[in-house]
Each structure stands twice: as C-alpha cells, then as structure tokens.
Design a protein around this ligand. Structure first.
Ligand SMILES: [Zn+2]
Ligand SMILES: [Zn+2]
Length: 298
C-alpha cells in the first residue's frame, strides 16, 4: 500500500494523509491479494484479516473483539500478513471477471495476456472465490476463435471452391450441405477440445485430491483450465497456426500447472503430474496405435 501520488509506503500508519506529500488515503481505496494483509484496530492493534473481495474486511464495520470500540476498515492500520512480502500484497483484478464494467473486448485480450504471461498473478487475483463457468466460457471463446483462425479459414476456402464448382446449377440443398460442411470444420475441433478438456479437468482433479490432506475444490481446478486455454492463441496464427499446436498445448499446460499450484497450494510436482498425466497417456496410446497400424500393414 503506497501513496498513489508519491509512492511513499503507508504501512502501519494511523494518520490518513501521506506524510511525504499530504495526499489523503484510505485502505478501502486499495486492492489487496486476499488474506495478504492484516488490518489492525487503531485503538488496540488487534489484527483482522482481509478475506473478502480484493482482500478487504467483511464486514467493513464492526466492534473490536479486544477493546470493544466500533471500528471501520477506513481507519485501521494496515501491514502485510506475517511471511508475506510487500510485493505479494498487491492485488489486481481477473480481467475477464470485470468484462461487464470494463468492456468485453478489452477484458478478453487482457485475460489472454494474464493466462499466457501472468498465470501466477491471475491465480492469486482469483483468490478464494471460484467462478468455473465464467472461466470455461472464456476458454470456449478463445478456442472457437483460434479454431476459426487456425483451420476454419481452410474450411471456408474448401467450401467456397466447391460452391463455385457447383456454380449456378447448385440447388438450395447443395448450398445447405456446403454451409453445414463449413460449420463442421469449426464445430468438430471445438467439440473435441471441449470433451478433452472435461477429461483433463477430471483427471487433474483426481490426482490433486489423491492423498491430499486438504480439500481440493473442483471448481478451482475447472476455473484454472478454463483460463489456461487463453494461452492457446499461438494456434491462431493463420497458415502457421497448425504447426504451432504442440507449442500452444505446452503453453496451455504450463499456465494450468502454475495456476493449480497457487489455487490449491500444492507442490509443483503434484501440479505437473495432475496436468500432464492425461496428455502423456494420450501420446503413448497414439504412438501404440500408429505402431500397430505399421505392424499390420507390413
Ligand atoms: Zn504521498
Ligand atoms: Zn481494538
């Protein structure tokens, strides 16, 4: 929590103006990572933890359990929670959750940036709340857009050439069949990715919960994978996108691993296994199948 004008640190201070530049401030105007700061009673220094949205106190106004004064978050002293560095307290927003207020398009691209480059921060901003449907909706939009840019244009091209070959003789049924075929180019890969993601979430959840003394929220797991698909935009490069698929999938996996580590407070090893087990099984199964085909054809 630093002065918004001169950046002077405002921790553990009862005054409500910056001692450096005189600008007024209130903890209420800041965003913290959930649970990263303690708010202390200005009368007796009893500590309270900010577990609400953006790390604030819920309720904001209450009676101090130690000295019985009526206190409000705006008058409290603030310090990072023990063991938390100052940098780790800086809260921010999950861009996609703010799309109604900040605009859908801007939030969409910001969320892609968060998923691809700052999955660690993204996971911390999510805090204790989970909105899996929200995240999966985001993932679906990214995947559809990516499929359209990666292979969809090929479908449109093929459809267009077939259409022009039919020429003016083509009747309505032929046209409908063509449009249907064009739609399949987009629908089939999307459905395949959606089905695989569902299996992916399930397998990760199983491994995360295996012999884990703490409860593992499936909603948080699903939310992490939903956002992780934001990192697949590499595949959206027209023409080149197809060759980018392996890199994009690795990127999606890394984003998911990092998010799961933070969301479930598990070690990197467990998160890596949770995310990579299903893809590895699929690769082995595919290699086995190809091997079998080669053996049978020779
Ligand atoms: Zn200042
Ligand atoms: Zn008190």
């Amino acid at each position: 929590m630093h002065c918004k004008r001169c950046d002077y640190p405002l921790w553990d201070m009862a005054a409500r103006v910056c001692p450096e530049c005189g600008l007024g401030f209130s903890p209420v105007d800041y965003e913290f990572v959930v649970n990263s700061v303690r708010f202390m009673c200005p009368h007796c220094r009893q500590a309270y933890y900010g577990t609400g949205e953006k790390g604030h106190l819920v309720p904001r106004r209450f009676t101090c359990v130690k000295c019985a004064s009526a206190i409000d978050e705006s008058e409290m002293l603030v310090l990072p929670t023990a063991g938390v560095s100052e940098v780790q307290t800086v809260g921010g927003v999950v861009a996609w959750r703010e799309r109604a207020e900040r605009g859908r398009l801007v939030s969409f691209f910001k969320a892609i940036g968060q998923a691809a480059f700052f999955p660690h921060r993204l996971a911390r901003f999510c805090g204790q709340s989970a909105r899996p449907l929200d995240a999966c909706w985001f993932g679906l939009i990214v995947v559809v857009a990516t499929v359209v840019l990666c292979v969809g244009w090929l479908g449109v091209l093929v459809t267009f050439f077939q259409g022009s070959r039919l020429g003016m003789q083509g009747n309505l049924m032929d046209m409908v069949a063509l449009v249907w075929q064009g739609a399949l180019w987009i629908a089939l890969p999307t459905l395949a990715i959606a089905a695989l993601t569902a299996a992916w979430i399930g397998s990760a959840q199983l491994i995360l919960a295996l012999k884990n003394p703490r409860p593992v929220s499936a909603a948080k797991t699903a939310e992490s994978f939903g956002y992780a698909w934001g990192a697949c935009f590499l595949m959206a490069v027209p023409c080149l996108g197809f060759y980018m698929i392996p890199f994009a999938l690795i990127w999606v996996s890394v984003s998911a691993i990092v998010q799961l580590c933070v969301r479930h407070e598990v070690g990197a090893g467990r998160a890596v296994w949770a995310v990579l087990t299903l893809p590895l099984l699929l690769v082995v199964a595919m290699a086995g199948w190809i091997g079998l085909m080669i053996a049978m054809s020779s």
